[in-house]
Design a protein around this ligand. Structure first.
Ligand code: BGC
Length: 840
């Protein structure tokens, strides 16, 4: 047993009061008693308080063993919850309905679709993180949820990982600094937050059980930093991951669940499995508390051993008895801490407008201006008077990524960027460029048959299965599009599914971008010779109540060229061209390539060749390769910007807002040179030959993300912390001072440009003569808004933790003694001031 230690988080940031104006949902006072009638909600007046251990012990003493086990296994929830824990009404223990996810509350009813967490990461703003958490808490409360299944704390370790959009950053300090206020923002509304997925769940490939080999020092200094910070912030729940950590399932890993989480960090809430991540009843004694979404293994422990006709304490072994009480105590403690044991109150109403304002502010402040040559942005009057806009996501915004993080926004909340630009007075010509919809495959290509068009009166109401053979009229690359409404359909070639718009992660699947007339769409691409045939089967099940409207479209080589020609013609006739690029990050799969999907690189290159003033707006959740970079004037990374994305994008393009976001992940220049280019490191080794990786080793050690680029001298495409502004900043007069609690770094920051702007100054520590530290590390940051000509002395507190290393032998942090360079700058690759400090 390690000594229990309490430590308050000091994120290493000192915020300038004027830096952020936070509106809306953060205030728990918004939750009024004017709700939807008596619910099981908890609304107003609750919030974070110290759990009453006597009250909890008294409840535990009154619970029978079956009731205790009943609190440790999931059940079906209400209002589209991902799951629930049934309460014990006779003792006033409420039901816990649990909703995903990190970027908005995922329920049957609509909720505010916030920008993806990666956009929050790019704000570098603990204040906005608190506001973002406030929206999640307020809406979870309003929608009858007691547990919010977020935030996701796993670091971005590989640029390929499908859920990179769903987490905050590759940097431990940045992640910790934003997660802690976010959790407080959620829990202030009487909702239990959940840190997921504990731990080392950094990719989707093989996630169901890959064995991650990572040393203890690396874990503590990188991946665990965010988890530890939210435990310090009082988080009520932790979700253990699907994967193994050093050959032990994360959900039955005593070292992680008991030694680190409870004994070292003092966690007193409950640990739940990721969905179906239970492997056996031993997990309870190892430190797992709750199995989701159903009881599966723990009931094996609740046997009537003594045959007296009931299950009581006497039937349990001593370790199981102790673990059972620990688990139940954890669930009740998490409830009590947010006021859930104080009796039900009405659910408040969603603070729709305030929450939308937070969504818009985060989308705006998290946008990163990657490149801006000759002041192309903000768009001039001339540009706005003659603008070509290209790309499907300019018209049908991609507001969020896929999987359990997908949120269902209010009807009418999401606008098209083309429409918002036009409303702002721009003269816009739009062309799709990359055609995601195509056109109906004609009967002539189907052996003279009729097109596959079961829409309108022809909608399918029973089980259906149609064999389709298409003959290519000419050689080239064909993209087929399955487009459906209702319960959807799938396309199979032999045994293999190549497209599906059917249920996935509890929602209908397919592309995240529907067709312009609202059909779900899923595409697949094949190269065909002239006259070559492809055969596949389209199948599914409709009902009278939910018929499947279905049609088969394609984009032929000829149509593809036509779309590029249209985009080029629009760009050639315009003063400036803006091309929107996208990718679709999702839970359940990693990206196979870092390139923009489909033919988007060709479209951008063609537009850039036609118009020297070409701007690229990216809606991606992670880095993409940019083979056309040198040929375009500007690149604005908008991420998946949430339901207010169009408004935020237009504010930034027109200069109504000034970009201030910084990259929370490094953009690689070359896919062969990333921290994970060794296959044993990522995706891992397939030891049983089933095509899925089973083992991997985090060979980069503590040099995760930007640290690796620095350690190996590898040039990225865009470095961690990079992000331009419409103004410029000057740094001068650096002072550093070490003290008992860490180090103080101060310098003078001046806005040397013509417009008000916000800068995120960053403090890095080099390795110097200290042993065991990474090549470079982010040690602190701030966010400062200055008017033109304004200057300010900025002081950044570097926490003691940033000056320490984990001693795995002694299981404790120790000062990293030595002389270390202090680097202050506007990005990890744009250092403006340097000094050095002696750490004792
Ligand atoms: C995901 C979790 C999510 C859970 C419930 C799992 O597949 O990994 O992040 O909270 O499903 O939807």
């Amino acid at each position: 047993m390690r000594p229990h230690r309490t430590r308050r988080l000091r994120a290493g940031v000192a915020l300038a009061a004027a830096a952020v104006v936070v509106t809306g949902g953060a205030a728990p006072a918004l939750a009024g008693p004017h709700g939807n009638g008596p619910g099981h909600g908890h609304g107003q007046g609750h919030g974070h308080h110290d759990p009453d251990s006597r009250r909890i012990a008294a409840l535990v003493a009154q619970l029978t063993v079956p009731e205790k086990f009943g609190l440790l296994g999931g059940t079906t929830g209400s209002n589209g919850a991902a799951g629930a824990l049934a309460g014990v009404p006779r003792l006033g223990i409420p039901t816990l309905d649990m909703a995903d996810g990190p970027s908005g509350v995922r329920a049957a009813e609509p909720a505010t679709a916030l920008p993806a967490p990666v956009a929050l990461g790019a704000t570098f703003s603990p204040d906005l993180a608190a506001a973002y958490g406030g929206v999640l808490g307020q809406e979870a409360d309003a929608l009858g949820m007691e547990v919010l299944l977020g935030p996701m704390m796993n670091l971005v370790r590989t640029p390929y990982a499908g859920r990179n959009f769903e987490t905050l950053s590759e940097d431990p300090l940045l992640t910790a600094s934003l997660a802690a206020p976010q959790v407080a923002g959620i829990q202030d509304h009487g909702v239990i937050a959940t840190a997921k997925h504990y731990a080392a769940n950094n990719q989707e490939l093989g996630r169901a059980g890959i064995d991650v080999h990572v040393d203890e020092k690396t874990l503590h200094e990188t991946e665990l930093a965010g988890f530890e910070a939210v435990v310090d912030a009082g988080i009520g729940a932790v979700m253990c991951a699907y994967n193994q950590v050093d050959s032990v399932q994360a959900c039955e890993n005593a070292e992680l669940l008991t030694e680190v989480l409870r004994e070292q960090w003092g966690f007193d809430g409950f640990v739940m499995t990721d969905w179906f991540a239970i492997h056996g009843p031993d997990a309870l004694v190892a430190g797992l508390d709750v199995e989701m979404p159903r009881p599966a293994a723990f009931p094996e422990l609740a046997q009537d051993v003594d045959g007296d006709g009931r299950v009581t304490e006497r039937d349990l072994s001593r370790p199981v008895r102790a673990a059972l009480d620990r688990a139940v105590t954890g669930v009740l403690t998490a409830m009590d801490q947010v006021g859930l044991l104080d009796g039900a109150t009405d659910d408040p109403e969603r603070a729709v407008e305030e929450n939308a304002a937070v969504a818009r502010q985060v989308a705006t402040e998290g946008a990163v201006l990657l490149r801006n040559e000759q002041g192309t942005l903000p768009l001039s009057e001339d540009a706005l008077g003659s603008l070509a806009v290209v790309g499907p996501t300019a018209a049908t915004p991609l507001i969020g990524g896929g999987g359990s993080a997908r949120v269902n926004p209010d009807a009418g909340a999401v606008e098209s960027t083309v429409d918002v630009l036009a409303a702002a007075g721009a003269e816009v010509t739009w062309a799709t460029g990359e055609d995601l919809e195509g056109e109906l495959v004609p009967g002539s290509a189907l052996g003279g048959g009729t097109p596959l068009d079961r829409t309108g009166d022809a909608a399918l109401t029973g089980e259906f299965s149609e064999a389709v053979t298409v003959t290519a009229p000419e050689a080239g690359t064909y993209t087929f599009h399955l487009q459906t409404t209702g319960p959807g359909a799938q396309v199979t070639v032999g045994e293999e599914q190549v497209a599906s718009t059917q249920n996935r992660f509890g929602a209908l699947g397919g592309s995240l971008i529907p067709t312009s007339d609202g059909y779900l769409n899923d595409s697949w691409t094949v190269d065909l010779a002239a006259g070559e045939q492809v055969a596949f089967t389209v199948s599914g099940t409709g009902t009278a109540a939910a018929p499947v409207q279905l049609r088969l479209h394609w984009t032929t080589p000829q149509l593809r060229q036509q779309r590029i020609d249209e985009a080029v013609a629009a760009a050639r006739g315009a003063h400036t061209a803006v091309v929107f690029g996208y990718n679709e990050g999702t839970e359940g799969e990693d990206r196979a390539s870092l390139a923009l999907p489909g033919f988007q690189d060709e479209v951008i290159a063609a537009v850039a060749a036609a118009n020297p003033r070409t701007v690229v707006v990216l809606n991606t959740g992670d880095p993409v390769l940019m083979p056309w970079l040198a040929d375009v004037s500007a690149v604005l990374q908008m991420w998946y910007p949430g339901q207010e994305g169009a408004e935020a994008t237009v504010d930034l393009l027109t200069g109504a807002a000034n970009p201030a976001g910084k990259l929370p992940q490094t953009y690689p220049a070359d896919p062969a040179r990333t921290p994970v280019s060794d296959p044993a490191n990522y995706p891992g080794t397939d030891t049983d030959g089933d095509g899925v990786p089973d083992e991997q080793t985090y060979t980069e050690g503590t040099n995760v993300g930007h640290r690796w680029y620095q350690a190996t001298g590898t040039e990225p495409l865009f470095a961690f912390g990079h992000g331009l502004s419409y103004t410029s900043f000057d740094y001068s007069r650096l002072r550093t001072r070490t003290g008992r609690d860490g180090m103080e770094v101060s310098f003078v920051l001046t806005n040397t440009g013509d417009v008000t702007g916000t800068e995120v100054p960053q403090v890095y520590l080099g390795q110097g003569s200290a042993a065991g530290t990474p090549a470079v590390q982010l040690a602190g940051f701030d966010r400062v808004t200055l008017e033109p000509g304004e200057r300010q002395r900025v002081t950044i507190q570097v926490d003691e933790r940033q000056l320490s290393v984990w001693n795995a032998r002694k299981d404790r942090w120790e000062p990293a003694a030595g002389i270390r360079p202090v680097l202050v700058g506007t990005a990890s690759d744009d250092v403006r001031l340097t000094d050095s400090v002696r750490i004792r």
